[in-house]
Design a protein around this ligand. Sequence first.
Ligand SMILES: [Zn+2]
Length: 303
Amino acid sequence: MTVFNGLNIWPRLSATAIIANLLFSAPILIYAQDSERETDQATQLATIDFVVGNAVFILLHEFGHVVIRDFDIPILGLEENAADTLAAIGLILADENQSERQPRLSEYLAMAVLGNLLIWQTGIEKSSNEILFWAQHEVSVRRATRLVCLLYGSDTREFGWLAEAVEMPESRRDVCEDEFTIARNAAEKVLATFGKSVEDNPELERTEIEVKYGRPRNPTQARLLEVIQETQLMETVAKRIRNRWVLPDSVTLRVRSCPSANAYWDEDYRELIFCLELLEALEKIGSGPEVQRLKANFAKARD
Ligand SMILES: [Zn+2]
């Protein structure tokens, strides 16, 4: 449990301009008093950043499954870990190519780390043997510590604070650079072998990835759906996938209401389902002080 103590001292994490614009124009803020407005805005900004960061990571993870299945990529170990690797390395390496003014994608990954830690803290997994022992993926706390190790391993100076914050022991820190190198090499080899840049090969036909939105089931879902649509989150990720992969067939990315908070790749119908309940769940766990603290301290450390 010591790994969670670090949550209280998490430094850094800054906002993204696109989300800031959206939030400051969000109707809900109109009702806040002036004195309360700043706090409300900061809280909501942090929570929305958390929801978006986790949603981006989950989407990339699911597209990882699409790529693994479509190209029949050999997987030694858990497919879930391989999908996490593709998502994490995708965010870390994309970040390296970004200019200073753009939102830093590794912050999304840090939000996914926090998301997994908070999911573990809720105790859902611990109370269910079915999830704890029999789920296809690792328990959330293991996923979180692996993602931290990849981030830290990508740049031990920049993400030293993150390793401190989650109280990562020296024994693990010592191997993170190696873990990152292995993961990076694997992801790059997969991309070089199976990926095709449509930008470099204009003669290639782009894969059709259609984003479709279902009806929200309640006002919370409607509000979150508006955020997701206005930020063009789904369309942006779809475009990124389309630019790097020529898939054997088209894909529908469907955002809709489901029986539970979930996201999954339906291979038979070639539909990637992203449930609105998942956004609701993320907003719920991301409305506590940990997210704000992480975000505020991230920004402070960058100054
Ligand atoms: Zn998965």
